[in-house]
Design a protein. Structure first.
Length: 202
C-alpha cells in the first residue's frame, strides 16, 4: 500500500472514502453525540485505479494529515461513500472544527439504497455495507468490525487498521460500480431492488 500526496488527486473525477473512529461508542451515548466527539483513527481515499490510494491520520504531517484529506475530498468532482453524508463527513467536520465541507457532489450509497426501498422496514443491520455486499456481490468484510478500530490504533496495529479501512472503501467502490452497471441490489428478502446512480466518467 502506498500513501499518496493530495497533489495527485486534483485531476480525479470520482473518489471513494471511509474513516474509522478514534474511540468506541458507549452504550448510553447517542449517535449525534458520538459523531461530534469520537475523533478519527484513520481515513482512506481511493480513486478508480488500485494505485490511487491515500491514508490520513490525525498524527500524520502534511500531505497525510486530516486537512490534506479535506483538500482531497473538496477537489474531487464526485465523492462516493456509505453513510458518509450523515456520519463520516460530520465526524470529520467535528474533529477539525470546520463549518462544513465543500464537496462538489456527494453520492452516499446508504442514502440511495434507503430511498429506493420505499419505506419498507427490515430488521436492524439489514442495510449495513457488509450485509448489502454479501447479498449483492457475494463478498463482504474480511477483518471483523469497525468497532475494533480504536483498539487497533491504541495498540499500534496500523497495518491491520489501514487494511480494514481500505477493505470498506473497496466494498463501497465495488457496490457503486455494480449499481451503476446493473441498477440493482439484493434486499434482505433476496429480491431485486432497483437502485440507480450515475456511473458515467471516473
Amino acid at each position: 500500500m502506498t500513501k499518496r500526496s493530495d497533489e495527485g488527486w486534483r485531476k480525479m473525477r470520482r473518489v471513494y472514502w471511509d474513516l474509522e473512529c478514534g474511540r468506541t461508542k458507549r452504550d448510553s451515548e447517542s449517535w449525534p453525540s458520538y459523531q461530534t466527539s469520537c475523533g478519527i483513527s484513520v481515513a482512506c481515499v481511493m480513486g478508480e485505479g488500485e494505485t490511487d490510494l491515500g491514508f490520513y491520520t490525525p498524527n500524520d504531517k502534511e500531505p497525510f494529515d486530516l486537512y490534506s484529506l479535506v483538500r482531497v475530498l473538496e477537489s474531487a468532482d464526485e465523492v462516493v461513500s456509505f453513510n458518509g453524508d450523515r456520519f463520516d463527513t460530520q465526524v470529520l467536520i467535528s474533529t477539525l472544527g470546520l463549518p462544513a465541507l465543500r464537496i462538489a457532489k456527494s453520492v452516499d450509497l446508504l442514502r440511495v439504497v434507503l430511498a429506493a426501498k420505499g419505506g419498507v422496514r427490515y430488521p436492524e443491520g439489514s442495510w449495513k455495507l457488509d450485509s448489502i455486499c454479501k447479498r449483492t456481490l457475494g463478498e463482504g468484510k474480511l477483518l471483523g468490525d469497525g468497532a475494533f478500530a480504536p483498539q487497533k490504533a491504541r495498540e499500534g496495529r496500523w497495518g491491520e487498521l489501514f487494511t480494514y479501512c481500505l477493505g470498506d472503501v473497496k466494498l463501497t467502490r465495488d457496490l457503486f460500480r455494480h449499481i451503476a452497471k446493473y441498477g440493482y441490489i439484493i434486499d434482505p428478502d433476496r429480491r431485486v431492488l432497483e437502485v440507480r446512480v450515475d456511473g458515467a466518467g471516473g
